[in-house]
Design a binder for this molecule. Structure first.
Ligand code: OAD
Length: 253
């Protein structure tokens, strides 16, 4: 695959592969861009709107309090799309990386479950998982194994309204997730930052945290982000091209 890439890109991929090959502690942080090639619209991309609304307007506790049905319909529509989506070569490349480096830590902002579906075993889901429903009253949780029939569900324990187990704007991250991610980026020698706009905190700050603790930061994103200038290596290519190429070339180092 690497032979088909242009020379400058090939060199960057070879350098990334060399850094990865010579590191024992590697971490990767992913965002919506890694799932773009699975057919899932990114949040801030051109198809990121839902019924004319920005996700930031729908994905809040205030929106759920004001109009739970609208918020549940939004997540039902996302789940309807997601059931048809499969992991892409970028997700599978990270499964292979974990196989080769058992200490590898995968941190994702995505709620789409595609890393686990691909076979990644240790995944820190900073923003939760859309296939979990949680009661808005008693915090009872259920893991969904199929698309529910109705957008709005009632809690089987207390009849409260169920809400998706994802982190909304203004909410805390799942207990322990940020701490575990922070420890992983402090300890790693190489951090791959893949398909994220690096705009949403606190997730975005992890890359700078890694740098302060001496890691080499590699950004993989076709577009520039606030991280681009601070990254040690930028691979301006799609994740589904760059990650498999890095892993294939790392396998040869
Ligand atoms: P964004 O939609 O903000 O950014 C997606 C990034 O992926 C952009 O920088 C794109 O350039 C890049 N991208 C697009 N296609 C790509 C590809 N094929 N390969 C690599 N990169 C590609 O998504 P996030 O940064 O993940 O929060 O957004 C962060 C958080 O904001 C999300 O987790 C979500 C959202 O609101 C919650 O749900 C709480």
């Amino acid at each position: 695959m690497i032979a088909a890439l242009d020379e400058a890109l090939r060199q960057r991929i070879a350098l990334a592969a060399d850094w990865v090959a010579h590191a024992t502690r590697i971490a990767c942080m992913t965002g919506a861009g890694i799932s773009a090639e699975s057919g899932i619209a990114t949040f801030r991309g051109p198809d990121g709107l839902w019924e004319g609304r920005r996700p930031e307007e729908v994905a809040t506790p205030q929106a759920f309090r004001a109009d739970p049905e609208m918020v549940c319909r939004f997540y039902h529509a996302r789940r309807e799309k997601l059931v048809k989506c499969r992991p892409n070569p970028a997700h599978f490349a990270l499964v292979e990386l974990e196989r080769r480096r058992p200490e590898f830590t995968l941190i994702t902002q995505n709620v789409d479950n595609l890393h686990r579906a691909a076979g990644s075993r240790h995944v820190i889901e900073l923003h939760g998982n859309i296939w979990v429903d949680r009661c808005s009253k008693c915090a009872h949780q259920t893991r969904l194994d199929a698309l529910p029939n109705e957008p709005m569900q009632r809690c089987t324990a207390c009849a409260g309204l169920m809400r998706p187990g994802v982190v909304w704007f203004g909410e805390m991250l799942p207990e322990g997730a940020l701490e575990a991610a922070g420890e992983a980026v402090e300890a790693c020698e190489v951090l791959l930052v893949v398909g994220t706009s690096s705009l949403v905190q606190p997730a975005a700050s992890l890359a700078w945290h890694a740098k302060r603790h001496g890691a080499r930061v590699i950004e993989i994103n076709p577009d520039a982000t606030p991280l681009t200038h601070s990254a040690d290596l930028v691979i301006a290519e799609k994740a589904g091209v760059a990650l498999p190429a890095i892993i294939a070339s790392f396998a040869q180092v």
